[in-house]
Design a binder for this molecule. Structure first.
Ligand SMILES: Cc1ncc(COP(=O)(O)O)c(C=O)c1O
Length: 450
């Protein structure tokens, strides 16, 4: 292929790709789609990696006609499973720009402008947490890497203050903490000690104190959750914070899902005590309207994170001369996409009031759903609703019936509401993060459960 052909084709492809992205970001309504088997996809697409290439237009056509429809749209308004996502149009479009600019986000030297903007977005989040000036961090791919990176920093700090302990180091966590916390501890060869929760399923300062008294300096950190995934429960940070501070134990707060509610003055009081955290995460790709993948990780003392995470090599030493803020130094990574930029762009575009409003809309949806469920004869609330999660039972159904209803409504495109479990029993849960969901859609799903 000559240079001329290539240029022409690239121009056409740019129009096609950008046109496709523009159309997708404005799609209304957004279809759920449904998965296909590997055999079906083999049959529909054939070989796509060939010696001479398919050409951009054909590859795009395959994506548009086959691959995208075989992938669920998490921004579908009746996708209420797991923790969905509802990125703003501005964040989605800016994600294209981030890709186009080829910015390396690991060092100040290479990414100064972009990293500065990411830091502005982190600083907004810091202000919401009440953590002190000087707090800082980095955007990492998700809550799992955020939790792991923070826990590695916590363990390192404890190794400095208590180098000699008997047995394995351990983290105190609530029984309701996210699976990624246990996974992180496993990677680190640390134990996880579950702290009993109160009648609201919250970890409390008193329970943390009792566990610290029992296990002593083996405990290298406490992981509290501000918004559990299954139920939206926020641990009692207001009592846990001072206990950790007095004991000199690192407090990490996992707000991957729920931390977003800090953006709404209405729900901010629920997070009292968060200002004591040594580290905190929130995933803008969950409930802060940013595309995958984006987790904000903050440290009260960024130097404590740098002490363990900064990588050193002869070929990297040059970077140290250019400013002392290299995002690579704050998590388990080196090369990084400036994944906080779509979030920054959307925040800069819309302003923070719009974020507060959007969060409030989703909280209102949860309130509406809770009332409608309480009033429905075939349903019952399984746990007092918290944040934007509403957990409920379909009375009289066994686990198979839960499973079949979900499968059927997914295939028909009526809704995507997957079963979960509470105390070993099946439940459904709605998790609202999409302000475009409507009360009518909630009524439709509740009616379909009859
Ligand atoms: C409370 C909590 N922590 C951590 C995670 C893990 O986040 P990610 O899936 O972005 O790795 C999740 C995911 O749902 C979560 O809800």
């Amino acid at each position: 292929m000559g240079m001329h052909d290539w240029t022409v084709e690239t121009a056409d492809l740019a129009d096609a790709v950008i046109g496709y992205a523009r159309a997708r970001t404005r799609l209304d309504p957004i279809p759920l789609h449904e998965p296909k088997t590997e055999a079906e996809l083999d049959e529909l697409c054939g070989e796509t990696i060939t010696p001479v290439g398919l050409g951009g237009p054909r590859a795009l056509e395959l994506f548009a006609d086959v691959l995208e429809p075989a992938s669920l749209s998490v921004d579908y308004t009746k996708y209420l499973s797991f923790v969905p996502a509802a990125p703003t149009e501005s964040a989605l479009l800016f994600d294209l720009v981030v890709g186009a600019c080829s910015i390396y986000g690991g060092s100040w030297l290479e990414g100064a402008g972009a990293v500065w903007a990411e830091n502005q977005a982190l600083e907004w989040l810091r202000g919401l947490t009440g953590m002190p000036d000087g707090t800082g961090g980095v955007f990492v791919p998700g809550g799992t890497i955020g939790n792991l990176s923070a826990m590695v920093a916590a363990r390192h700090a404890s190794e400095q203050t208590h180098p000699d302990i008997e047995g394995r180091r351990a983290f105190l966590v609530s029984a309701e903490s996210h699976s990624s916390v246990k996974a992180a501890a496993q990677v680190m060869s640390c134990d996880v000690i579950k702290v009993p929760t109160d009648e609201h399923r919250r970890m409390t300062g008193a329970a943390v104190q009792a566990a610290l008294d029992e296990h002593g300096h083996r405990i290298c950190g406490v992981v509290a959750t501000s918004g559990t995934t299954n139920l939206g429960v926020i641990d009692e940070l207001v009592t846990i914070g001072p206990v950790c501070r007095d004991a000199g134990v690192w407090l990490h707060v996992d707000g991957a899902y729920g931390g977003a509610a800090l953006a709404s003055p209405r729900s901010q009081p629920l997070f009292a005590g968060l200002e004591h955290a040594d580290s905190f995460i929130v995933d803008p790709h969950k409930w802060l309207f940013a595309p995958f993948d984006c987790c904000a990780l903050l440290y009260r003392d960024p130097d404590a994170a740098r002490a363990i995470h900064a990588q050193h090599a002869g070929y990297l030493a040059f970077l140290d001369a250019y400013g002392d803020w290299n995002p690579s130094d704050f998590a388990i990574h080196l090369t990084r996409r400036v994944r906080g930029l779509p979030f920054w762009f959307s925040l800069a575009t819309h302003g923070t009031d719009a974020y507060a409003e959007a969060i409030d809309i989703t909280l209102d949806l949860a309130g509406y759903a809770a009332e409608a469920i309480a009033a429905a004869p075939h349903l019952e609330i399984a746990h007092e609703p918290s944040l934007s999660v509403v957990a409920f039972r379909r009375t009289g159904w066994d686990a198979d019936q839960y499973q079949r209803w979900t499968e059927g409504t997914m295939r028909s495109g009526l809704a995507f509401v997957t079963p979960s479990r509470l105390d070993g029993e099946p439940i459904y849960r709605f998790c609202f993060v999409n302000p475009r969901t409507t009360n009518d859609e909630i009524d439709e799903i509740i009616a379909a459960l009859a």
